[in-house]
Design a protein around this ligand. Structure first.
Ligand code: GLN
Ligand code: ZN
Length: 773
């Protein structure tokens, strides 16, 4: 029985890689330094895993930016626009970073490659670009170098490669007329070349990441799987090939796996999909090793040993012990590094810390499970099991987790709490009487520039260098300036600017019961960017008002309407580590009730427009379409619980970031927000297509310019976009707004862009007047 690890966090437990990369990019440190930091992290990770007792230790799970981009470089899948840069750039890492981040220097203006989410995680990868006549050849030898590097340290690792089929499926065709899977025969020789070199160095196991094996596959894709592994195995019969799947069950492809897939080991995710175990055991030949992913690689809770041992016991009914491996469910890339670093964190009680486990601790859990399974009666290791059982019993009974009041409220939710008093048509009349907004009303999405200064104040305040009174004074001043400026430029619905918020989820989490915050619980999001998700450990409730003071203060400064600004329940859930002892849907309802209380308070305090942001609604969609309806039902219900408490004349807005929701537009309509603002300036046409197919019933603000770039739009192009939108959406339904919050922008460009936007709205109103006269 082997212990197996799929991948380890590579940012360093103190985010050393983040710091080193950013210093290198800004020219403050050398190439040599960055390379050395990478080397240190790899060494530390390998030794840690070795000392923990992991048998199959991964290599090439390290990356300076992204493992999919690494694979593109290995295969020489470098788009032409970067090849032209190769001369300009001094070393291969610079070419790599240019692909990841773009290159605007010395007369070059090359955009970055596209980035997208890694399945349903918050990790983002760089999307490979494919062209019909593209050639592939071994370009970077990273995987080979790292295997050798570990070997020098006395560790024979298991190199990790993105499997050929999944690599192609992760990418995008950049020209018409072919399908990416057809490139399989072109990339295969490069894989063979890489394996050959690994073989020469004495590799035993190679891990091929094939997460698509757990999703729906076409006939050609299945065929590709079959041929690829037949070819690999027949070329290198002595090398052991492991194929890893995660985040979904493999049952849909079970006959492909059991009849046609020539591999030596299969890894399955038993945390997300425990129900697949039985079928896999029945159908997959016991000749193939089975790696049981029993330790949650995506959450921060201690494993329940007894539950995992039951899976292993079940497996042993079907096959011998030596064909079973024990592993985390997926790469530990998605876990924070080390719980030990939280020992000085007094914000989390030791009871709650006792329930947690980060990447380093998960390694020990894997090893302990193996020892527990193999041990005989009376073995001292059994104490670990007893202790683990005790912790979980105590957790189940802990007052920190279970708040009977919250449970009662959840229980009492009925139809009436999830619908507005009247239909949108009726509400719209009431709102127009109450709010008196012009045609094409203008607004923003909430945040205004979070300048260095603003962030500096918060930093000083948190450190205790400035008093709360002084901090509040500074924020008040900033709000006042922002309100004045919005009045001057002539926006119709104002916002306070969100200067008091560090992050749209953390700000609320910090004020809600049931949340805890780690100090070093960083997880890589993309490149050097890391997030530190809040931890939801118990019943969520709102002990105090959260946004009323700042919002009413802002409203008191102006006779114009100020929009209250909240983060929605689905987004708070989606961007946190969530308790695993009750369904996510229940936790989401608890958050929804807390937000509902805040919405009610805002209304009672005279706020007439309230925005509840749900940028993460789309990304919570399950990987398999068959599960979409179930998710959407509870996610949308949660939004309605938080928003439906208001009277007809109070206007509810929501905002979503990614424009890729054409396929769920009908569900978004069911949220029944009075106004939805969406990101779509980068793919305006695509979104409008959806409106051609589906008549969106309520008001909508299709973002009129892209806030992700510093470029300033002019009024004419905004008018043009709105004119296009008018072909699909009646003008009475249209709002004019940027496509997202402005916190990452500077003031100068923000002012110019919004001036153009307001001027566009004025001209549009004029032209309507002219035509009706
Ligand atoms: N109200 C938020 C802001 O303006 C929305 C951010 C988001 O959509 N991610 O910053
Ligand atoms: Zn947004």
């Amino acid at each position: 029985m082997l212990t197996n690890n799929l991948g380890y966090p590579r940012i360093g437990s103190k985010r050393e890689l983040k710091k080193a990369s950013e210093q290198y990019w800004s020219g403050k440190s050398t190439y040599k330094n960055l390379v050395q930091v990478g080397k240190n992290i790899r060494k530390e990770n390998w030794l840690l895993q070795k000392n923990s007792g992991i048998d199959l230790i991964p290599s090439n799970d390290f990356s300076f930016y992204d493992q999919v981009l690494d694979m593109s470089l290995m295969l020489g899948a470098i788009p032409k626009r970067y090849k032209e840069l190769a001369e300009e750039l001094k070393n291969p890492l610079d070419l790599y970073f240019a692909m990841a981040r773009g290159y605007q220097r010395n007369g070059y203006d090359v955009t970055a490659m596209e980035m997208t989410k890694w399945f349903d995680t918050n990790y983002h990868y760089i999307v490979p670009e494919f062209y019909e006549n593209q050639d592939f050849k071994l370009f970077s030898t990273k995987v080979i170098d790292e295997f050798y590097e570990a070997k020098q340290l006395g560790i024979i690792t298991k190199p990790v490669l993105i499997g050929p089929v999944s690599y192609l499926l992760l990418g995008k065709e950049r020209e018409k007329g072919f399908e990416k899977i057809q490139l399989i025969n072109k990339i295969l020789p490069v894989y063979l070349e890489i394996i050959e070199k690994l073989n020469d160095l004495g590799v035993e196991w190679i891990q091929f990441e094939e997460p698509f094996l757990a999703l729906d596959l076409s006939k050609e894709e299945k065929e590709a799987f079959k041929e690829v592994y037949l070819k690999l195995k027949s070329s290198f019969p002595k090398i052991k090939i492991m194929v890893t799947t995660y985040f979904e069950a493999v049952v849909n492809n079970i006959s492909l796996i059991s009849n046609d897939l020539l591999v030596d080991a299969l890894h399955i995710d038993l945390v997300r999909c425990p129900e697949q175990l039985e079928e896999v055991l029945e159908k997959v030949s016991s000749r193939i090793h089975l790696s049981l992913g029993v330790i949650d690689g995506r959450n921060i809770w201690k494993n329940e040993y007894q539950k995992s041992l039951n899976y292993i016991t079940k497996a042993v009914e079907y096959r011998t012990k030596d064909t079973i491996m024990i592993a985390p469910s997926c790469s530990l890339l998605h876990s924070p590094c080390d719980l030990d670093l939280e020992s000085s964190n007094t914000n989390i009680s030791s009871e709650i810390k006792g329930w947690m486990s980060f990447a380093k601790q998960k390694l020990s859990e894997v090893v302990t499970l193996k020892q527990l399974f193999l041990c005989k009666e009376g073995d001292p290791i059994l104490v670990a099991l007893e202790e683990n059982i005790k912790i979980h019993i105590e957790k189940k009974q802990s007052k920190q987790i279970h708040n009977p009041e919250v449970k009662e409220r959840i229980h009492a939710i009925n139809e009436n709490n999830t619908v507005r008093k009247n239909s949108f048509t009726f509400r719209k009349k009431e709102q127009s009487k109450e709010l008196k907004l012009p045609l094409f009303p203008t607004t923003t999405i909430g945040s205004f520039p979070q300048t260095k200064e603003v962030r500096g104040w918060r930093y000083q305040f948190k450190k205790g260098d400035i008093s709360a009174e002084y901090y509040n004074e500074l924020i008040s001043e900033e709000i006042k300036k922002t309100i004045r400026w919005q009045e001057e430029v002539g926006l119709d619905v104002l916002v306070h600017g969100e200067f008091e918020r560090n992050d749209m989820v953390e700000y609320f989490g910090e004020q809600l019961d049931g949340f805890a915050f780690t100090k070093f619980g960083w997880v890589q999001s993309y490149g050097s960017r890391c997030v530190k998700p809040p931890v939801i450990y118990g019943s969520v409730s709102r002990p105090n008002k959260m946004t009323i003071d700042w919002t009413t203060y802002a409203q008191s400064l102006t006779t114009k309407l100020v929009k209250g600004m909240l983060t929605g329940p689905v987004t708070i859930l989606q961007w946190s580590f969530v308790r695993n002892d009750q369904p996510r849907s229940i936790t989401c309802k608890e958050i929804a009730l807390a937000i509902r209380d805040e919405v009610k308070d805002l209304e009672e305090n005279g706020i007439k427009i309230i925005q509840i942001d749900e940028p993460a609604l789309r990304e919570g969609l399950p990987l398999q379409q068959k599960d979409w309806a179930g998710y959407l039902a509870w996610a949308i219900e949660a939004f309605r619980i938080s928003s439906s408490v208001v009277s007809n004349s109070t206007q509810i807005h929501t905002h979503m970031c990614y424009s890729e929701f054409n396929d769920i537009l009908d569900h978004i309509a069911l949220m029944d927000a009075d106004v939805i603002t969406i990101e779509c300036s980068r793919s305006q046409m695509e979104l409008l297509d959806a409106f051609a197919d589906f008549e969106y019933p309520n008001d909508i603000g299709p973002g009129v310019y892209d806030i992700h770039a510093p470029r300033i739009p002019n009024a004419d192009e905004i008018i043009e976009l709105i004119n296009k939108a008018q072909q699909y959406v009646p003008e009475e339904q249209l709002w004019i707004n940027p496509d997202c919050g402005l916190k990452t922008r500077g003031w100068q460009e923000t002012k110019k862009a919004l001036e153009a936007m307001v001027s566009a709205a004025l001209q549009l109103r004029e032209s309507v007047l002219e035509t009706t006269e």
